[in-house]
Design a protein around this ligand. Structure first.
Ligand code: DAH
Length: 357
């Protein structure tokens, strides 16, 4: 019995893992284990012998069982320690010093514009960039023969041979989102619609893809006066100046009546732009009162509702605000340019903390 005791306690102490431990348990105290077989021999013993051997065998069995369970939890503890050592992490290390990425100026300005208009109660709407010609043109009172269609240098999508429905287009402006917003939400309505637009044009101030933000406000008694206030408020907040002067110039857009182009007073002294002072004027957007036909196309009764709309070139106001001379550089993905003009990724523009800090 002493031999068995030494044999198993040693083996258990040296067991490498739980599987080895289980093998030892079967060999010693399993149904056909050595200790169990010895217990069966008790029957053949004399009562005197049995009185000595019985308790001793039971004690041996208990001793082996508790050695097994002690070793089992020691192995589990060791495995946990090992895992903790492997997964150790110094959470007190400082963050990496190099800035990994930055916010593109277009994204920054889109966020700035959104923050300003959100503060005035406008929500944000989006529409598809591949648009039907109805949304892009007809619904906006630009019929098939209208010169605006030709002027916009539209990209047309391909139609299958024999399919003579009008082709879809890459939207040439964000104005179709006016129609989609009216259809979806009805009146009253206040939305801005920022996004990508496309025209076949390429030089220092034109790229085939660029960005606009559309504004639309519809209610019972909205007038040009509201349009003027909203735009002044916007320009003042956007250029982060206390005072700006706007000039409304009579113009023509098919989707507004009357229409106005809006210029801001500025100076170019020393080659840098200053907004709000000087003797120059710079055109920044188109606007007007929404044409009754456009309201009707959006499912809104023009006898009950009226409103204003405007469209701003995001890229253009970004170049003006941040002194970026060439539009094409926006889309070159040149890392040096992005590092120079990009914005810190954790600074969300807001009216309280400052738009661009
Ligand atoms: N859609 C026009 C463009 O792309 C811009 C525009 C002008 C939008 C006047 C408007 C507006 O909503 O009222 O050139």
């Amino acid at each position: 019995m002493d031999d068995l005791r030494v044999k198993y306690l040693d083996a258990i102490a040296n067991a490498a893992d739980e599987a080895a431990l289980e093998d030892l348990r079967l060999q010693a105290v399993g149904k056909k284990g050595e200790v169990s077989l010895k217990m069966r021999e008790l029957g053949k013993m004399t009562p005197e012998e049995r009185q000595v051997a019985g308790p001793a065998l039971n004690a041996l069995k208990d001793e082996i069982n508790s050695a097994l369970s002690a070793k089992k939890s020691a192995l589990a503890d060791a495995a946990l320690d090992e895992r903790l050592r492997g997964e150790w992490l110094d959470v007190t290390l400082p963050s990496r010093p190099t800035r990994q990425g930055s916010i593109h100026p277009i994204s920054q300005v889109t966020d700035e514009v959104t923050a300003i208009f959100a503060d005035m109660g406008f929500s944000v709407a989006e529409g598809p960039q591949v648009e039907s010609d109805w949304y892009n043109f007809d619904a906006l009172n630009i019929p098939g023969h209208h010169p605006a269609r030709a002027e916009m240098d539209t990209f047309y999508m391909h139609r299958a041979e024999g399919d003579d429905r009008p082709p879809h287009v890459l939207r040439t402006h964000t104005s179709p989102v006016q129609i989609r917003s009216m259809e979806k939400a009805g009146a009253p309505l206040r939305v801005i619609c920022p996004g990508r637009v496309y025209r076949a044009d390429y030089d220092q101030t034109h790229t085939p893809m660029f960005h606009q933000v559309e504004g639309l406000a519809i209610d019972k008694d909205i007038s040009m006066a509201n349009l003027k206030w909203v735009l002044e408020e916007f320009v003042r907040a956007f250029f982060e100046v206390d005072h700006v002067e706007l000039r409304f110039r009579a113009s023509h857009f098919p989707f507004t009546e009357p229409s106005a182009e809006v210029d801001i007073r500025c100076s170019w002294e020393g080659g840098t732009l200053k907004v709000g002072e000087g003797d120059d004027w710079l055109e920044i957007l188109g606007s007007g009162m929404v044409h009754p036909k456009v309201l009707a196309a959006g499912g809104i009764d023009p006898d009950q509702w009226q409103g204003f709309a405007f469209g701003v070139g995001i890229d253009r106001i970004t170049m003006l605000k941040y002194g970026i001379p060439d539009l094409r550089a926006f889309f070159d993905s040149d890392l040096r340019w992005l590092r120079h003009y990009g914005f810190a990724s954790l600074d969300q523009p807001n009216l309280q903390g400052g738009l661009s800090r």
